[in-house]
Ligand binder design. Sequence first.
Ligand SMILES: [Zn+2]
Length: 130
Amino acid sequence: MTREIYCCGCSDKVPARLTDGAEIYPHRRDLSALPFWKCDTCGNHVGCHHKTSHPTTPLGCIPTPEIKSARQHIHRILDPIWKKGRMTRRAVYAEVAERLGRKDYHTANIRSVDEARQVYRIVKEIGAQV
Ligand SMILES: [Zn+2]
């Protein structure tokens, strides 16, 4: 089974292949049954919303390891903003989207390191204001 997903490593939409954690993380038995979409051109992959009623819906685009760590970095500064409770999670995401000049924002949809840097700057600004 394949599905068109944007791949950050290939900078294009690719026919990603549905596979499982046994292939992606052979040493993680706990993940072996989970679904993943893999780009066979560059070898990168993305997980799925596996706890939902659409368990093979990808979490976002397929990140490179670099973009994946940039996203985690963003979560580390973004999550405390709404966890402190001065802004709701929804409001924080709406604010990031607005400052990016977009309709919505999802960390899982970040496609490049440049984009991650831009988001990081915005999140830092918001964090300094709340
Ligand atoms: Zn790729």
